[in-house]
Write a protein that binds this ligand. Structure first.
Ligand SMILES: Cc1cc2nc3c(=O)[nH]c(=O)nc-3n(C[C@H](O)[C@H](O)[C@H](O)COP(=O)(O)O)c2cc1C
Length: 212
């Protein structure tokens, strides 16, 4: 791919030579999976009544298969995904006026990936994975602080993943890149494919330019 990134005015970078598949753009727009500063995203699922349900989560990582997110298996979203695996992700990538939206299907992540993901969580988030329970949340504040400190003191060597640690791989059928601008109209470039199968870097994508 020839790269023709240009300063589009103000703080915005634009390109005209969009590749035939989305991975070169994902590689440019998203931090490396080893970067501890993870992007946040709004994760939308569908509840048992058919109503949309959204919340913020970290994008743990992405690879040739799709996008990974992690949670507790008692979370509402996990129950919802077991019944309705269709999902959307919305990432606003800050000052560069970039947004990535993803529509796809969520599959449970495999054991090896779960282990990798937990090892890449910060010590705070690893401890949270153990103590993020309804019982804990309902304690008075001072008791919560003390229980947190006590748990930390009991685990001087750090944490392994709790049995409730879980995650999903989102296999996309649609990835849309939104590019903002201060000197011209924003616009989107959308990659679509009919089935969420196969690696991202293949030739099954249709690329469409859309208004912002
Ligand atoms: C910045 C931010 C990042 C978050 N990251 C995660 C995450 O990676 N995984 C997670 O389960 N919850 C995360 N949360 C909490 C969720 O927004 C949500 O409250 C929780 O997962 C329960 O959601 P549910 O009951 O709809 O499943 C995050 C919240 C914020 C504000």
């Amino acid at each position: 791919m020839t790269s023709e990134w240009q300063r589009g005015g103000g703080d915005t970078v634009v390109r005209d030579d969009w590749p035939e598949e989305p991975t070169p753009v994902l590689r440019e727009w998203l931090p490396d999976n080893e970067d501890p500063a993870r992007p946040t995203m709004v994760v939308a699922t569908v509840d048992e009544t058919g109503a949309p349900d959204g919340r913020t989560q970290l994008l743990t990582a992405w690879d040739a298969s799709g996008f990974y997110l992690h949670s507790d298996d008692r979370a509402r979203k996990v129950t919802q995904l077991a019944h309705e695996p269709r999902i959307s992700l919305t990432m606003h990538l800050g000052a560069d006026a970039h947004q990535i939206t993803v529509q796809g299907v969520a599959d449970p992540a495999d054991a090896e990936e779960l282990e990798w993901a937990f090892a890449h969580r910060s010590p705070y988030l690893q401890q949270l994975a153990w103590q993020n329970t309804v019982e804990f949340a309902r304690l008075p504040r001072l008791d919560r602080v003390k229980a947190w400190e006590d748990f930390q003191a009991d685990h001087p060597d750090g944490f392994t993943a709790p049995p409730t640690w879980t995650g999903h791989l989102v296999r996309p059928t649609r990835i849309t890149f939104w590019v903002g601008s201060t000197v011209t109209a924003s616009r989107r470039v959308e990659y679509t494919r009919s089935v969420p199968l196969g690696p991202l870097a293949d030739s099954s994508w249709t690329v469409t330019q859309l208004a912002g």
